[in-house]
Ligand binder design. Structure first.
Ligand code: NAD
Length: 480
């Protein structure tokens, strides 16, 4: 469904009206476009004491075509293309020759806080962001690297690292112009390039205020064969692929190189065929993309799915997207409304995964990505059944991550906020407008925003990302 307010306030006439009346003006987010460079420009890099990732950051940035500009907070001996000084609280990039470019905006602010072990050292973040925050371009990115407090034995270090979460989330709420802010907690030896690419790129347009843990992934994974088609040759199953978020996931995975089997119910056969045809046009596979008709809640579904996927030699990526809502307050909810939502949204995923894993149809090194919801984090009036099912999905991801590690399989969930689909178009107007606006970016997300996040989690470069719940919600006030 179209967001007419967003379109209006970004038209020349609407911009004038919004300014005159003092109306909020959410920015049109920069999303990935095949005809535009994904990366470029400059990123300002700051660092606390003993910044363990600094060299890696500079190397990754230069590899993807972003000029790293070191802030004064980074010690002099750290290598960087250029350095800058803070003047009048404003970031002013300066090249190695000393020329300043006062008007230049940076695409990203990146801070290496991995070496911070005392809360007093958090001052280095104040120094950096105070100087640099006003220099970030529209749809720019803030990425802070830290450590997982739960893995630290020193309480002072764990305290300081936990504090980073408050800073990062607040920066997301203060920033304007479609700027996002996220915290990546990395273990020693973790590969950060895949996550850094995602969080710096337009592909993460609607992901803000998130904390992601990056561990050390299975050895055979690491860097994908090519970053533009990281899923080249991988086989993926996407449930609920006929429309909405599922169709977008199928398209994005195929666009990134995967061979996709899209699954949906008989009633959605025509829509599924249309989706799969459009995918074949977008990413030709000589007919290897396939449509599979099944009701995931049917008792025979796991065996049918296993049989269909085994025919093509197994699968690398499973995306559990199919889901339904049957909303009513619990006193008015029928037994069937409760049971059908739990069955489709939660139990079916468990049964299908159990069957795929038992028969080794999901290959070692595979990826499972489940679609949860911010309702599963915060709960929602009239959605006891839905929120229970989506919280269950989160529980499943958290509990299965360590179980699947031995096979190099990762499992993560995306938790969408308000996404413009059939599901949200059915909401009453007031609820719909509240869902759209009550987030840091002031707008709803698009199915492609969820799809891009799924594609990142499904890629070989995310081998160390498991057990995470990544909200795709523009930093919604609900579920925060
Ligand atoms: P949608 O209703 O537009 O699409 C859901 C698809 O799943 C449909 O094609 C439907 O036919 C299919 N499906 C339903 N039951 C099925 C079954 N038993 N077997 C096979 N396929 C089945 O919904 P959407 O908005 O695209 O949502 C997709 C997922 O995202 C759902 O899990 C939903 O809970 C979740 N989600 C959506 C939003 C949002 O704002 N739209 C927010 C949070 C979470």
């Amino acid at each position: 469904m179209k967001d007419r307010y967003l379109d209006f306030v970004n038209s020349p006439f609407g911009t004038r009206i919004a300014r005159t009346l003092g109306l909020p003006k959410p920015d049109v987010l920069r999303r990935h476009r095949a005809d535009q460079a994904e990366f470029g420009g400059m990123a300002a890099i700051g660092a606390g004491p003993s910044p363990g990732l600094f060299d890696t950051l500079v190397a990754v940035l230069s590899g993807i075509g972003i000029t790293g500009v070191a802030h004064d907070s980074a010690p002099d001996w750290l290598p960087c293309a250029a350095r800058h000084g803070a003047m009048s609280g404003r970031f002013e990039p300066r090249s190695n020759t000393g020329d300043t470019h006062p008007g230049d905006r940076v695409q990203a602010l990146i801070f290496d806080a991995t070496g911070i072990t005392q809360s007093a050292e958090l001052h280095s973040l104040y120094h950096f962001f105070h100087d640099a925050i006003r220099s970030v371009a529209k749809s720019g990115r803030i990425v802070v690297f830290g450590r997982a407090p739960s893995r630290l034995t020193d309480p002072h270090a764990a305290t300081a690292q936990r504090a980073l979460e408050g800073l990062t989330r607040s920066l997301g709420k203060e920033a304007r112009g479609g700027i996002t802010s996220n915290l990546l907690r990395v273990e020693d030896g973790a590969q950060i390039e895949g996550a850094l690419r995602f969080f710096l790129s337009p592909r993460s347009a609607y992901v803000s205020g998130q904390v992601v843990h990056i561990g050390v992934g299975a050895a055979e994974s690491g860097a994908p064969p090519g970053w533009s088609k990281p899923l080249d040759g991988k086989r993926a199953l996407v449930t609920g692929a006929a429309r909405g978020i599922g169709a977008a996931i199928a398209k994005v995975l195929a666009g990134r190189g995967a061979i996709v089997t899209g699954l949906d119910v008989e009633a959605a056969r025509d829509a599924l065929d249309q989706t799969m045809l459009s995918i074949e046009d977008l990413a030709p596979s000589n007919g290897a993309h396939a449509a599979l008709i099944a009701d995931i809640a049917a008792p025979e579904a796991p065996d049918e799915i296993v049989a269909a996927l085994a025919l093509s030699g197994g699968i690398d990526i499973v995306v559990h997207n199919a889901g339904i809502t049957r909303d009513k307050t619990i006193a008015r909810m029928s037994d069937d409304m409760w049971a059908s939502v739990i069955d489709i949204n939660l139990l079916a995923q468990e049964r299908i995964d159990d069957a795929l894993l038992a028969k080794n149809v999901l290959r070692d090194g595979g990826r499972i990505v489940a679609v949860s919801s911010i309702s599963g984090i915060a709960g929602n009036r009239g959605q006891t059944n839905y929120a229970t099912s989506k919280a269950g999905v989160i529980g499943r991801v958290e509990s299965m991550a360590s179980v699947l590690k031995a096979r190099g399989i990762t499992i993560n969930a995306v938790a969408p906020g308000f996404i413009e689909t059939h599901m949200t178009a059915r909401m009453p107007l007031g609820v719909r407008e509240a869902g759209r606006r009550l987030n840091s970016l002031g707008q709803g997300g698009l199915p492609v925003d969820v799809a891009e996040t799924v594609a990142w989690l499904a890629s070989p470069g995310s081998a160390g990302v498991t057990g995470n719940i990544v909200r795709v919600c523009g930093q919604s006030l609900i579920g925060a």
